[in-house]
Write a protein that binds this ligand. Sequence first.
Ligand SMILES: Cc1cc2nc3c(=O)[nH]c(=O)nc-3n(C[C@H](O)[C@H](O)[C@H](O)COP(=O)(O)OP(=O)(O)OC[C@H]3O[C@@H](n4cnc5c(N)ncnc54)[C@H](O)[C@@H]3O)c2cc1C
Length: 518
Amino acid sequence: MEDLAPKMNTPRVAVIGGGYAGMAAAVELADAGLAVTVFEAAPELGGRARRVLYRDTVLDNGLHIGIGAYRKLLSLIARTGGAGAKPAWHRSPLDWRIGSSLHLRAPRWPAPLHLLAALAGARGLSPGSRWDALRLIAGLRVRNYRIAGDPTVAAWLTRAGQGTQIIEGLWAPLCVAALNTPVDTASAQVFANVLRDSLGATREASDLLLPATDLTSLFPAPAAAHVQARGGRVLCGQRVTRIVPAAGHWSVECGRAHAAAGTNATAEVHATAEVHAVAEAHAVAGERAVAEAHAVAEAHAVAGERSVAGEPAVAEERAVAEERAVAEAHATAENRFDAVVLAVAPRALADLTSEWPALQAVHRCVSGYTYEPITSIYLQYPDTVALPHSMLGFEQGPGQWVFDRGALTGQHGLLGVVISASAAQRGSDHEALAAAVHAQLQQLLPALPPALWHKVITEKLATFACTPGLARPPTATGAPGVFLAGDHVASDYPATLEGAVRSGQLAASAVTGYLRGR
Ligand SMILES: Cc1cc2nc3c(=O)[nH]c(=O)nc-3n(C[C@H](O)[C@H](O)[C@H](O)COP(=O)(O)OP(=O)(O)OC[C@H]3O[C@@H](n4cnc5c(N)ncnc54)[C@H](O)[C@@H]3O)c2cc1C
């Protein structure tokens, strides 16, 4: 079998953050033959798209959906093995059901016939609303999906003469689902980009994708196995506190975040040998240091052999000291990186860059972000409970969409309800919220028994608020060899899995370009 482990003089790259962006970068870098080390602060990979264990049940921190336009994510999942033998996603043509008031379903026809047919056959839309929708997409096409001045989605829809029914039935829920930002504050340009790559693109691009497994198993875990099989390292529970220049390289300093089992409590303790803080002077010529330490060790070993008869205790002490010298030299070499990918979320990026002179532009850019929360409410019912469709929208809140985990992941009786842009729920009592959502579900399933348990998870900083004209940092930074990845990095996309993965791939290609040019 081919030895895929990086060689001694292979350039070394640190990826900080093991979310979808970081793991996408790590896969690309490992495939390019570089020696990759991923540092992830949490005990689990996946970041804002990760599995959560509750009462022996695998949940996700938030219910996610994808669309067929997530081409890069889909191909990376296929490359890294995805969910193993099982399909990673349930894929179906666009099927938009909101209560009994709206049903839009695209047939398996080529674009734009799929959209025309979906609108023509839509239940719950007046002829005027269908015409509104067609006009909007056709107008966008003519203008190449560019919107002058980037107004809010609400202002743009009004300007485009869209009626209340199509706004409330289709555009507003689509905008909140895709941008996690309400129409009143969301960027019309980013929304237009989403329409371009979904409803305005091929039929396949508008397909709906619902994960068939938990979000860590979907990509980050197989990606980690892929990286490790190529000699890379994936270190969980390693919070990077500082990245310091070290004689033309970068040295990564860590604290270790320990999660106490079953609680959210984390305690920062100092990491030892493996990701030890490395003084600049020690980092010079790390490989040479390893070689020198080996030479010293060998010389000592010879001396030790000579002393076997007379001084065994001294020989043992020397052996321990020699081992330590070799370990320290290895630690030095292992923490010296030729390039760094910062794949942390914007708030963490603001923290990491606050005292980093070369990254002040990045720091200023991301420290001004505001965020939109997302709340997921899981309710476990007896396993005979099932929805008529695996995903359904509600006409009235608080829940917006419900997913049947029995149909999706084989977790029978488990329903997951999502509330995007959930600022209105801030501070609400979990019991009351679960009760309100249960009441909503009873409208769909009148014979619904009481839930056996429920779990409410709110991601307060789920995504940056995708507002008009938002400045997003580019991949390259002011520091040589340091690149950014993450859903916030400048792109056409809102904060999505696909945006994260694309940013990771771009960062990886920036790293390889940089290393070639050195
Ligand atoms: C509840 C919810 C629902 C969502 N729904 C959808 C959806 O339906 N469809 C969709 O496409 N997108 C959705 N998103 C958005 C999507 O999850 C994100 O865009 C994507 O996961 C971001 O990935 P990322 O790698 O850029 O960042 P993150 O996932 O935030 O990854 C950053 C990683 O860096 C780690 N980290 C931070 N600081 C440090 C440090 N100092 N040292 C080491 N590691 C560190 C973090 O622990 C984290 O793992 C949703 C998000 C949430 C929260």
